[in-house]
Design a binder for this molecule. Structure first.
Ligand SMILES: [Zn+2]
Length: 448
């Protein structure tokens, strides 16, 4: 793998500067120099699967509904601009900046009460999304979105306008303490919880969230089981704090299926004030998350069960789908090397019988192709097709991770491929990492 040129930003002045992607042994770095503020080097990737084997060429998706013009160039015209290369997949609506906990780690600079957008403003955001090619998947976010008493109304208005999938990104405290509020949100049409869930021991929460919230998380998951609400666990992965608990989190999730539908890991990124660059030891890269999952599940889940995304840039995430069989065996459905042989990756785009059938058909075909998986074959022989079909509907398990970019490691090429867009107060769609980007003083590029 040779050096690759791209563009990044100066962590001091936000000036657009050239950057090089530089492999050194099994590590890959970003190196960049601002003519005024000097040179910076940040780790991007460590170990296997190697970055060059993971990367996929990206076919740009033409933007049919740009909301801004190209004036200063990426990343200064987000809204989104015509030079963006991916449609909106998930739209984040920040319905409050208020929060009920004070995390040392916070994307949204939460805990700033006051100035919540009105219901009508939120409805105008929904309308903007519809006018820009929506409906999209909606994630209500914050701050802590459950602090709004009118959360059920916000969900109702979205559902009425045709947004079928509305998820709440939450620490879960209010839902746990007020089950009736959870119930009202479900009755309004809440589809799923994106639940902050960092580990299986109290000390992890003390370090990352300021207090031990484990019992609250466990209690809330029981409530969700009673109310039949799906939950995605969302751990922020921090080296030395909880990166040894990835296997335990997965084991817990599997034990609580089908309430828990999956785990979405987020390696820590550094938004906010950092007078000097965060040390490389403070970062964990996507291949390391995959390796740790393999090691900590005793090899039951393998790095080869994960694939790059088909939507955002391949360096932004990984995902793997599995079916948990009645025997507790986990059957992998995703294959990283699918592109290397004639079989296709099996990823159902929607639920339903037709999708399940297609899904299984693709799996059957894969068994006999060059990348056939022995483990999958074995399980399917021992379980009948009927059971497998039923389990795909009820016990599909999704593991994924997304690496956000901060000002130290941002690659503008990746940013242009982003499909997770925050709706800004004035109704513009801004790629998640651009919206949350801050310079080393903590001054934001977009967020007000
Ligand atoms: Zn600079």
């Amino acid at each position: 793998m040779n050096n690759k040129q791209t563009e990044s930003l100066c962590p001091h002045c936000f000036r657009k500067i050239p950057a090089r992607i530089v492999p050194r042994g099994k590590k890959v770095y970003m190196e960049k120099t601002c003519p005024e503020h000097g040179s910076f080097r940040t780790i991007l990737w460590r170990g296997e699967p190697a970055m060059n084997t993971w990367q996929r060429p990206k076919i740009p998706a033409p933007i049919h509904y740009p909301n801004t013009e190209v004036v200063k160039g990426c990343p200064y015209d987000c809204g989104i601009c015509p030079e963006h290369r991916q449609h909106t997949c998930t739209a984040l609506l920040e319905i409050t900046l208020d929060c009920n906990i004070r995390c040392p780690v916070c994307f949204a600079d939460g805990g700033r009460p006051g100035g919540d957008p009105s219901l009508d403003t939120i409805e105008s955001w929904y309308q903007t999304l519809l006018d820009s090619g929506g409906p999209y998947n909606i994630q209500l976010s914050g701050g802590e979105p459950t602090l709004r008493d009118d959360l059920p109304d916000i969900i109702t208005r979205g559902r009425r306008l045709g947004f079928d999938f509305i998820q709440v990104n939450t620490n879960g405290i209010r839902f746990y303490e007020e089950p009736n509020f959870l119930k009202s949100s479900i009755d309004a049409g809440l589809a799923s919880l994106f639940l902050q869930f960092d580990g299986m021991t109290g000390d992890v929460y003390e370090k990352l969230r300021g207090a031990d919230y484990l019992k609250i998380k466990l209690g809330l998951i029981e409530l969700c089981a009673e109310m039949d609400l799906g939950v995605i666990l969302v751990p922020t992965v921090v080296p030395g704090v909880n990166d040894h608990q990835l296997g335990d989190i997965i084991a817990f999730a599997l034990k609580n299926m089908p309430t828990i539908r999956g785990v979405h890991f987020q390696p820590i990124s550094y938004f906010g004030r950092y007078p000097s660059a965060p040390a490389d030891s403070m970062r964990i890269t996507l291949p390391e998350v995959m390796q740790k999952i393999e090691n900590q599940t005793g090899g039951e889940i393998k790095t080869t069960n994960f694939a790059p995304p088909g939507c955002e840039n391949s360096l932004c995430s990984f995902h793997g789908n599995f079916v948990l069989m009645p025997s507790d065996k986990l059957v992998p459905l995703t294959k990283r090397d699918a592109a290397a042989c004639s079989c296709q990756e099996a990823q159902p785009a929607e639920e339903g019988a037709a999708a399940a059938r297609r899904f299984v058909a693709q799996n059957w075909r894969r068994r006999s192709c060059c990348c056939g998986n022995e483990t999958a074959g074995e399980s399917k022989v021992s379980d009948s097709l009927d059971i497998f079909l039923e389990r795909i509907k009820t016990h599909k398990f999704c593991l994924s991770a997304m690496a956000f970019q901060d000002v130290w490691n941002i690659n503008l090429e990746r940013l242009r491929d982003c499909c997770i867009h925050v709706v800004s107060p004035e109704g513009r769609r801004i790629p998640f990492c651009a919206y949350n980007l801050t310079n080393r003083e903590g001054v934001p590029l977009y967020r007000v």
